[in-house]
Structure formats: C-alpha cells, structure tokens
Design a binder for this molecule. Sequence first.
Ligand SMILES: O=c1ccn([C@H]2C[C@H](O)[C@@H](CO)O2)c(=O)[nH]1
Ligand SMILES: [Zn+2]
Length: 132
Amino acid sequence: MDVRMLIEEATKARDKAYVPYSKFQVGAALLTEDGKVYHGCNIENAAYSMCNCAERTAIFSAFAQGDRKFKGLAVIADTDRPVSPCGACRQVISELCPKDMRVTLTNLKGDTLELTVEDLLPGAFSPEDLNE
Ligand SMILES: O=c1ccn([C@H]2C[C@H](O)[C@@H](CO)O2)c(=O)[nH]1
Ligand SMILES: [Zn+2]
C-alpha cells in the first residue's frame, strides 16, 4: 500500500469522526507490517477532556485487535497546513510505533508533510527512562 492509498484510507476514517463539540473532523490510517489498515477518528464527549484523537483511536484499535507492528501512519484534517498531531498523540505514537516509521500529515487541499516518529517528538520520554 502506497502513501496515496493510506491517505485515502485516512480520509474515509475521517468521515466516522464523532465531533458534536468542535465540529473538527480528523482521520487517521495506520498500516501494519502485514498490510492491514486500521482506521481512527476523533471521538468527543460532553466531558471535554475525555475526547480521543484520531491518531490514538487508530493505534488503540490496532492494539485491541492484537496488532502491534506498524509501518505507516497518515493523518488528515481540514487545516491550512498539514494537520499537526497534539502532544498527547506524539507521546503515544512515540512509544507504540517504530522510531523510523513514516508519518504522513496532510489536509484536504492535499498539502503533505512526511516525517518520522522521531521527528514528531525528538528525545521523547520513553520506557527506557523508567528505572526499575
Ligand atoms: O491531530 C489531531 C488534532 C486534533 N484532533 C481532535 C481532538 C478534538 O476532537 C478536535 C479539536 O482539537 O480534533 C485530532 O483528532 N487529531
Ligand atoms: Zn492528539
């Protein structure tokens, strides 16, 4: 699956967003090592702090189905610049995806930004930092 197709999947995922509060739909598509694609959308709640972003929905869905090996993530929203994942998602992506995995950020105009997980959160706090 190429990047363009993964962006198409993220676009389809975006249609599933539950966003009665922000009205800001975000879609994510997470590609596994064996070619499966997990969709993620943002899911909001009247208790605002419970809102879950598209990126984390995709990763948590994959984990819940037993998939943990990923090779690409695409994220799309209706933004001026390619959508920028929030700090919480950067932290989660950083722990659960390979450091050199490709992350494609895009918007409805088709602007795209290709980064790696390491680029998203350089020097992230990681499991290795825990002294046990
Ligand atoms: O990369 C992002 C940025 C924001 N949101 C969501 C969170 C909230 O539901 C809405 C507005 O912040 O967009 C995402 O899902 N992903
Ligand atoms: Zn987020």
